[in-house]
Design a protein around this ligand. Structure first.
Ligand code: ASP
Length: 508
């Protein structure tokens, strides 16, 4: 019988589930079949399929399974070429199948799942990626067979009656994860994956329990595949000492570099003493149009730029915040978005800005919040002092406001701010859509009083970004085109360079 190495394994019945075989442990056997200790190698799809049918009675499953094979690989060798090939195979026969199962090595499964999630627009069918820590073809005690069979059921909800999940998922060790939320945290045990900032989509044990409220709504527009990626990106893991060496300079000054994921400490903090790191980043942005996305290198949690001075400076540089995206999804998102504008980005700053803006938005469920920033235009100079105590902004349509949305946070930011006062602090009072020139703290349009102490000017600290958290009160006003008014209600003065309104919109 002919061994098929690549492509669709005919005859295709074009119904049920299409399995895309890429290799990995699930498709591995010892090189020397007589010696179980010999290194495992990936078998051909044909052989894998025959073993499933002849030795494991796969045909009893109750529905048809068709097969497609990429070059069978250890997933360490998977790259953009394979992502495109998998996507193309799904695209080609999308309409015929209930769903798709991708058999894949565990090492880079998260990257492939994430890449597919960004590549697929308007996905309305399940795409389930699975693999094994121990292969079933030569191990009686294994996880691979159950992972495979349950994935087939998940991919065929019409047959299995498991609620349909029209997303790119990873199914492993009884749990269904959203692929782009997942990380590999176990090199050997069965529970290879976890989803740090987002609950799993379900659990399939004796019974199945799918968290329906977490599933993204299936899209009904035409399915399409966006398959461009930029590979000249890097993720930079910060560690004490990186600021003292020369390597960081070499990396950030490389002319082929297009995008960087900054794996920062804690809530998004970078070394600021010396300023070398920030200067190198600023140079890369301004002179070479490099795009930066900051994520946390911790196992979970989110980036909150401005919580510390060591991250506030990133806002001034215009660096995008990944909020609670995983480092793996951040890297693939940078590759994906840069890929969409590959031709233009080197030459035109406009596209750098566009990618930086898109990076902060949730595209395919990869982050819990989308961040939108709208610049506000003042009537007059950005300066308040004893002679000029009121500043008003033009009414502005706020980016990212949608009906029925919930906002985690609404913040006014003054960038490059300097305060000068003899007292301990100045007192600023903020109103929205407020016509009066008198302070009335009982008014419905009053957003709050903010006390801010000396910075910049006569003080030794540099101008910095100031935050005004107006979440509680501004919420209902966002549906309109708000105009903000700031009153200086104390002696002293304040000046700043730019004002922006940042909203953190909750997403599924
Ligand atoms: N090296 C293997 C791979 O990723 C590991 C596995 O599949 O578990 O292909």
């Amino acid at each position: 019988m002919k061994e098929f190495d690549r492509g669709f394994i005919e005859p295709l019945k074009k119904e049920g589930v299409l399995v895309i075989y890429t290799g990995g442990t699930i498709g591995s056997m010892p090189k020397d079949t007589a010696d179980k200790e010999s290194p495992q190698v990936v078998v051909s799809c044909q052989k894998f399929r025959d073993i499933c049918k002849d030795e494991y009675n796969l045909s009893d499953i109750g529905f048809n399974i068709d097969w497609y094979s990429t070059e069978p690989l250890d997933s360490c060798n998977v790259g953009i070429k394979e992502w495109k090939e998998i996507a193309k195979a799904i695209d080609k026969y999308y309409k015929y199948y209930e769903g798709f199962v991708v058999l894949h090595g565990t090492d880079t499964m998260v990257y492939t799942a994430t890449a597919l999630s960004f590549m697929f627009d308007n996905l309305s069918k399940p795409v389930i990626i699975t693999g094994a820590q121990r292969a079933f073809m030569f191990n009686l005690r294994n996880d691979g067979w159950q992972n495979f069979i349950t994935s087939l059921y998940l991919a065929n909800p019409t047959y299995s009656k498991i609620p349909k999940i029209s997303e790119v998922c990873i199914y492993f060790d009884k749990k269904v994860f959203r692929g782009n939320r997942t990380r590999k945290n176990q090199a050997t045990d069965d529970d290879a994956y976890y989803s740090p900032n987002f609950s799993s989509l379900g659990r399939i044990g004796d019974e199945y329990k799918i968290n329906k409220h977490l599933i993204r709504k299936p899209q009904h527009s035409e399915f399409r595949v966006l398959d461009s990626f930029e590979e000249n990106v890097i993720s930079l893991n910060f560690f004490p000492g990186i600021q003292d060496g020369d390597i960081i300079e070499r990396i950030l000054e490389d002319s082929s570099l297009r995008g960087v994921v900054l794996m920062a400490y804690g809530a998004g903090n970078l070394p600021t003493k010396p300023m070398k790191v920030l200067n190198l980043i600023s140079d890369a942005i301004n002179r070479r149009n490099v795009v930066f996305l900051v994520v946390t290198q911790c196992g979970g949690g989110d980036v909150l730029l401005g919580m510390y001075d060591t991250s506030a400076k990133l806002i001034d540089l215009g660096i995008s915040s990944g909020y609670d995206i995983t480092p793996e999804a951040a890297l693939v998102k940078v590759m994906h978005l840069l890929g969409q504008y590959k031709e233009h980005i080197k030459k035109d700053k406009k596209f750098v800005k566009l990618v930086a803006t898109e990076l902060q938005k949730n595209l395919k469920g990869e982050q819990s919040v989308s961040i939108f920033t709208t610049p506000l235009k003042p009537y007059g100079d950005l300066k308040l002092d004893v002679s000029n105590k009121i500043l008003m902004y033009e009414p502005t349509k706020i980016d990212g406001v949608e009906n029925d949305s919930e906002y985690e946070k609404i913040v006014l930011r003054f960038k490059g701010a300097a305060i000068n006062t003899e007292k301990e602090f100045i007192d600023l009072k903020i109103f929205v859509n407020y016509s009066s020139d008198k302070i009335d703290v009982e008014s419905d349009f009053y957003l709050g009083a903010f006390k801010k102490s000396n910075i910049g000017l006569n003080n030794s600290s540099e101008p910095t970004v100031l935050f005004f958290d107006i979440t509680k009160k501004a919420y209902s006003q966002l549906e309109r085109t708000p105009s903000f008014k700031i009153f200086l209600d104390s002696p002293g003065s304040i000046s700043w360079i730019d004002t922006e309104l940042t909203i953190f919109r909750k997403e599924i």
